[in-house]
Design a protein around this ligand. Structure first.
Ligand code: AMP
Ligand code: ZN
Length: 109
């Protein structure tokens, strides 16, 4: 499978990893649109929210809780931040491996 995010998970290509556990990995977006721009992704290759199933309910919740933890660790939690998930081409999703954008700091997106 030619998935760039699966390659990051397998450490076949480098990334600025800020968090990792057995289910989830988070790394800095290579083309940030905010001072803090981290992508939080499941290690399971799920193409998008539209492809998630009932089996993924717990994993979907964990993604948000990991984003919350990273926001606290990076000290952007007090000011607030944005969590963004694009779904499919019409939603602007470019990488076909489900990901949650954590956006914080001074931004206007
Ligand atoms: P989306 O449009 O929601 O699919 O967002 C995909 C995001 O992945 C974009 O913000 C890209 O900058 C980011 N991205 C693509 N390739 C990489 C990579 N190799 N490392 C880190 N971020 C990436
Ligand atoms: Zn993948």
């Amino acid at each position: 499978m030619n998935c760039i995010f699966c390659k990051i998970i397998k450490k076949e290509i480098p990334a600025g990893i800020v968090f990792e556990n057995k289910d989830i990995i988070a790394f800095k977006d290579v083309n940030p649109i905010a001072p803090v721009h981290v992508l939080v992704i499941p290690k399971k290759h799920i193409i998008s929210v539209a492809d998630a199933s009932d089996d993924d309910v717990l994993l979907m919740g964990k993604l948000i809780m990991v984003a919350k933890k990273i926001a606290e660790d990076l000290k952007i939690s007090n000011k607030g931040y944005k969590l963004l998930v694009r779904v499919g081409k019409g939603g602007g999703q470019e990488v076909g491996h489900l990901h949650l954008h954590l956006l914080g700091g001074a931004y206007n997106v």
